[in-house]
Design a protein around this ligand. Structure first.
Ligand SMILES: [Zn+2]
Ligand SMILES: [Zn+2]
Length: 524
């Protein structure tokens, strides 16, 4: 075996210790002594040739099992793949999201090879609170990401970035760590406003120290380049495709006489060029993300987008009732047009999408307490297929790690957390089969999938997610009818299961009942 880095060593030890821990919990601890984790070279053996990046093979050989991959991360996935073969599942972060079967199935009796469909499968994690056991929960989220076969973990951290970053670096267990930050203000600090107001954006008759800056001012732009270099130096990352984005606000660009003729997209491109200059001084092959969302969703018009700037498309304004590529949806159709136009300008090669399917914050309208997220397996599946069909190699999803009091709550217990990474790994998932398995393992009864089917149908017509007022029509009434049935089915099932399963179903019923009362009142 070739020399491993310290981080690879740690990841490998983690994989071996997880095998031991889980097999012991399944009362078949001895099996761990008959499993070997081995790296293989590309041409060394038949398996090496069949394995792509992150892929793994499980090979039974005379009562022993070899788990093979071309990289350590693939061995970590392989260890979990072996345990999944026995019936183990990971639905959510933390021990409550782990399912271990009472009677494990037998390991495979033939060689199994698994390769990912989507090359880059990413979580963008953000968390602006400092609640109790914060470190522990970050760790649980990192472990869950590895178990779900994500390979990139981006910190989208407004506060405490450095400590979170250190933790991710230590406990990534094979994940590549990157950052996605709204840094425009950090790169031109507000303290410079009093001495250089002309560096800042002009809007409604005066210079303003918030959000973005005057991209026509050469000194402001030079300052941004210098500070980008400093920021890139201070944060060690695995992924040098960096997101140092504009201010996180719909539209706050400069309207000074020099900038007024530049669209927000054009201004953003200028800002990113300045950032790229600084980043390249630290990472010669580094790249910078152009975030297309809000006012920058249309592509910039000017010629000459540097090779180091890639497209990151965030369909923040999407309707989640319809699939993204539904030509009839008045919200999604223009977004898809903009995405295609952007791809023509920026090229497909390093473009990626920043999705919101599991953004608890978005679906809670950025307010506390958290609300139940819609259950939309078909939409996730269609969208992943659509993005892959366009040729996007990286699909990211932003996840707001819920505050401590809401972590593991029924509002957060959306099986989409486990389904989405499966779709990224293999878009051909049996969605109904997945929900049946989830129901059996998590709620203790396959019949709970009947409740989930009603929830999927209710969420499709729930006025919270539909796109136009005309479309509202019978939405609230229909949603109320379906939710009412779901609540009743849930209550019935609670009598048929026990313990934690019953508690979970009761929790689900509570969350559905809340939605029901809102729908009955005609509210979202
Ligand atoms: Zn300006
Ligand atoms: Zn729609």
């Amino acid at each position: 075996m070739k020399e491993l880095s310290a981080r690879d060593e740690r990841a490998l030890r983690f994989a071996a210790s997880e095998l031991r821990r889980v097999l012991r919990a399944l009362s078949i601890g001895d099996l761990a002594n008959r499993i070997r984790l081995d790296l293989v070279g590309g041409t060394q053996s038949g398996y090496g040739r069949d394995l792509r990046a992150d892929g793994f093979a499980i090979v039974p050989e005379a009562g022993e099992y070899r788990i093979l991959s071309r990289c350590v991360r693939g061995l970590v996935y392989g260890a979990y793949g072996f345990l999944e073969w026995l019936g183990c599942r990971w639905y959510f972060p933390g021990s409550d999201g782990e399912y271990l079967p009472p009677r494990p199935a037998s390991p495979p009796d033939h060689a199994v090879i698994e390769n990912p469909d989507t090359p880059y499968r990413s979580v963008v994690a953000f968390w602006d609170r400092t609640g109790p056991q914060r470190q522990q929960r970050i760790r649980e989220n990192l472990e869950f990401a590895v178990r779900s076969r994500y390979n990139r973990f981006y910190l989208h951290w407004p506060q405490g970035l450095r400590s979170a970053h250190r933790l991710a670096w230590e406990h990534g267990h094979g994940l590549d760590i990157g950052v996605k930050l709204h840094t425009a203000r950090q790169l031109l600090p507000a303290r410079l406003f009093s001495s250089h107001p002309e560096w800042f954006r002009f809007s409604d008759g005066k210079r303003r120290r918030d959000y973005n800056l005057c991209v026509s001012n050469p000194q402001a732009v030079a300052q941004v380049s210098r500070n980008s270099e400093k920021l890139a130096t201070s944060l060690e990352v695995d992924i040098t495709d960096l997101a140092y984005w504009q201010g996180d606000v719909p539209n706050a660009w400069c309207q000074c006489p020099s900038c007024i003729g530049l669209s927000p997209s054009e201004q953003n491109l200028r800002l990113m060029k300045a950032i790229l200059k600084g980043v390249r001084a630290v990472h010669p092959r580094g790249r910078v993300s152009y975030l297309a969302y809000y006012a920058t969703v249309a592509p910039p018009q000017s010629a000459g987008i540097p090779k180091g700037i890639f497209l990151e498309f965030a369909p923040h304004a999407a309707c989640y009732r319809h699939r993204l590529d539904d030509p009839e949806c008045p919200k999604n159709a223009p977004l898809v047009r903009a995405l295609r136009q952007n791809l023509e300008r920026f090229g497909i090669e390093s473009a990626r999408v920043f999705e919101y399917w599991l953004d608890l914050a978005l679906f809670s309208s950025y307010r506390s307490p958290v609300r139940r997220m819609p259950l939309m397996p078909e939409r996730m599946s269609r969208d992943v297929g659509f993005y892959r069909g366009l040729g996007l190699a990286e699909i990211e999803n932003v996840q707001w790690m819920p505050p401590a009091e809401a972590a593991g709550s029924p509002e957060v217990a959306n099986p989409g957390y486990a389904l989405l990474p499966r779709l990224l790994w293999n878009p051909r998932q049996d969605l109904a089969g997945f929900l049946r398995g989830f129901s059996r393992n998590f709620y203790g009864s396959e019949l709970a999938s009947g409740v989930l089917d009603l929830v999927v149908r209710a969420d499709r017509v729930n006025p919270r997610y539909i796109c136009t007022p005309e479309d509202r029509g019978d939405g609230p009434r229909e949603a109320a009818l379906l939710l009412k049935q779901a609540v009743a089915r849930c209550q019935e099932l609670e009598g048929a299961v026990e313990g934690r399963h019953r508690e979970r179903l009761a929790g689900l019923r509570g969350a559905l009942h809340y939605d029901l009362t809102r729908a009955q009142a005609g509210e979202a």
